[in-house]
Design a binder for this molecule. Sequence first.
Ligand code: ATP
Length: 236
Amino acid sequence: MPAVLEIEGLRKTYRSRRRGVRHALDGFDMLVEQGQVHGFLGPNGSGKTTTLRTLLGLIRPNAGRMAILGQEVPDALPAVVGRVGAIVESPQFFPHFSARDTLSLLAGAGGVPQARVEEVLELVGLRDRAKERVKTYSLGMKQRLAVASALLKDPKLLILDEPANGLDPGGIREMRTLMRDLAASGMTVVLSSHILGEIQLICDSVTIISLGRRVAFGPVEQVLAAHSQGSVRVRL
Ligand code: ATP
């Protein structure tokens, strides 16, 4: 399978007067193949958000190389716009708008045909409740609406920062079904979490990050077995 995402030796150092020098990413590597639901697992502060924001060109790294869909970042960012859907911060939706109106507005602004709105509503399982106002939605439904907004342009790669955060077990199962369906359609999904159980339920492969470095990667069951045997030393 071709690599959809490649990161090698990524470094990002923050300097502040109050906290001094902080190596958020300390030579981080990652490889994600096409069609995977790939978990990006690490404790709070381990460098997940910094990695995802760097990948999307929102943060400039100090060193390292990254490629998305075979094209080097950041030079290729314009070329991959529309082929990458991302949610790196919880989007704020108008509470009085319905899901359909919200997505129609976003589609209009992004030059996406309105027919795609109905497709993504169906994909994320919100079609039956698309007329209802977002303020009546559960957290899980709001998360699925967020995913729907990232799917409007029919991306090849979907990047989600903590999409299962705060969901109950039912919401996590729904998220798992959605991610599996997307992967089955050929999309690659990278989702971050600091909760081992979420990754175990949702993903087929995983990269574990600790203190800005990759400490393990591979098929989820294999990596988590190594972690439970103590050979991957990170507290999760
Ligand atoms: P969380 O799960 O809590 O979001 P994370 O794994 O996403 O954590 P990051 O947010 O990438 O981790 O943070 C990595 C490290 O970089 C942390 O030590 C954090 O305090 C530090 N950091 C992140 N952003 C900044 C910033 N703008 N200035 C200074 N330090 C920062």
